[in-house]
Design a protein around this ligand. Structure first.
Ligand code: PLP
Length: 446
């Protein structure tokens, strides 16, 4: 079904750019998350620029931005110190050398000091790469083949993990034993043999998988907060159980912190929950908006990289832009009390949204943890992908999204995406968001 914007004339230039883009760029965009079928129907907004918490589109509309590049802009758009560090590096030193720079040591030390479970770290460029390396390393370390991953999570677009996660709602197999579904044709079907897909937040399903084929399981990969099917929190005890079951069975636990890293705390979701994974992957929050990623973890596991058994290559890995951006971003993020202030402002947002929902008697609720959240329009609790596929009301979410956008609040149009809050979002931004939300929710109710 093709939708229209509430007031298409407001975004006429975006529409025109998109018409032209489709002729030369397949789908008109350069990432699936911007495609019409991911919610940007009938066309995505084309951006002119961002400043702090604000984003301005090519038609000159200004929005309070909760899209935030899907996570990286944790310091807001154009964070001055990060920009300056990158410009300095490029102007004075260069970009890529195929040799190390001393700044890599500084950055690696910052990451290691921030995150207890990270004893050593390797840098790369994107979350997809970091995950690909983590899974390969886990297989090499354990000598086992299978990867447990959870239905509805997203761990990047590489063949080995881009399964059972779709812009649509496809599910297959019983609730307790989902069948692996590749993202689409072109992905080798035999890779299904190396995957076990499980429902998240379900300790029994994990125990049963290990009882059945634990000797083949190299690793379990999970986000500690599920941020790729809306936002779903781990139930009390769940993460502890995952840690205990993997350790007991000699499988590695890979915590995918691409969204949660440097966002939920300086030590990510694992810092917040006190989780100690064997390997962790970072990207978005690490670089203040620049492409940089990291794989960190146990020294004895990393030993296979140290001696060259497992190769991690990359022309652009630890390039000057990435390293200088991340060094500057981490200095900013290490300021004492910074996250406390952010959580306070987020609480203001959660409380305000809850009140607006209650006042309007809409079947909806807010889930999230600090600066990552989503509003579920559902009359049942959602604790995993199947619940979301069954109960989430995409029609109501669309109205909500459109009414918010119309009034100058931007976030992703997909109900299975998130709202991100940055350190640049002020109390006033939140207050303005809430006054807009009160009007938007009345429209949802009507
Ligand atoms: N892992 C998670 C949890 C993600 O959310 C994403 C991207 O959204 C990725 C991995 C892939 O990261 P990238 O887009 O940098 O390749």
């Amino acid at each position: 079904t093709t939708m229209t914007y509430k007031t298409p004339a407001r975004t006429a230039k975006s529409a025109q750019y998109f018409t032209n883009a489709r002729k030369i760029i397949p789908s008109g965009v350069n990432s699936t998350a911007r495609a019409v079928w991911s919610g940007w129907d009938p066309y995505p907004l084309f951006v002119d620029h961002g400043t702090g918490s604000r984003l301005t589109d090519v038609d000159g509309n200004e929005y309070i931005d909760y899209l935030l590049g899907l996570g990286p802009m944790i310091l807001g758009h154009r964070p001055p110190k990060v920009t300056k560090a990158v410009v300095d590096f490029i102007e004075k030193r260069g970009t890529v050398f195929a040799l190390p720079v001393a700044d890599e040591l500084t950055l690696s030390n910052k990451i290691i000091n921030a995150i207890p479970a990270v004893e050593q770290v390797r840098l790369c460029n994107t979350g997809t790469e970091a995950v690909l390396y983590a899974v390969r390393l886990a297989r090499a370390y354990t000598g086992r083949k299978k990867l447990v991953r959870f239905e509805g999570m997203y761990h990047g677009f590489s063949d080995g993990v881009y399964w059972s996660k779709h812009p649509g709602l496809n599910v297959a197999g019983p609730d307790k034993a989902p069948m692996p579904i590749p993202q689409g044709p072109g992905m080798p079907a035999h890779l299904a043999d190396s995957l076990i897909i499980l429902p998240w937040n379900d300790v029994d399903a994990l125990r049963e998988a290990f009882a059945r084929e634990g000797q083949d399981i190299a690793a379990v990969i999970t986000e500690a907060v599920m941020c790729n099917t809306g936002c779903i929190l781990p139930e009390p005890g769940y993460l502890e159980a995952v840690r205990e079951i993997t350790a007991k069975n000699g499988a590695l636990l890979i915590c995918d912190e691409v969204i949660t890293g440097f966002r939920l705390s300086l030590a990510g979701a694992q810092g917040y929950y006190g989780l100690e994974p064997d390997l962790s992957t970072y990207a978005k929050g690490l670089g203040g908006g620049f492409p940089v990623a990291a794989l960190g973890g146990r020294k004895d596991v990393m030993a296979l990289v140290a001696d060259g058994t497992v190769s991690m290559a990359g022309t652009y890995s630890a390039n000057g832009i990435a390293v200088s951006a991340a060094n500057a971003a981490l200095d900013e993020l290490a300021a004492p009390g910074l996250y406390d202030g952010l959580y306070e402002r987020c609480q203001q947002l959660y409380d305000g949204l809850e009140k607006i929902i209650a006042d309007n008697k809409v079947d909806a609720y807010v889930t999230g943890l600090g600066p990552v959240l989503q509003v579920w329009f559902a009359d049942q609790p959602i604790r995993n992908y199947r619940d979301a596929a069954r109960y989430a009301r995409h029609d109501l979410f669309r109205i909500w999204w459109e009414e918010m956008l119309e009034r100058g609040v931007l976030f992703h149009p997909g109900a299975f995406e998130n709202l991100f809050v940055s350190f640049a979002h002020s109390k006033d931004d939140i207050a303005q968001t809430l006054s807009v939300a009160a009007e938007a929710m009345r429209a949802v109710k009507a």
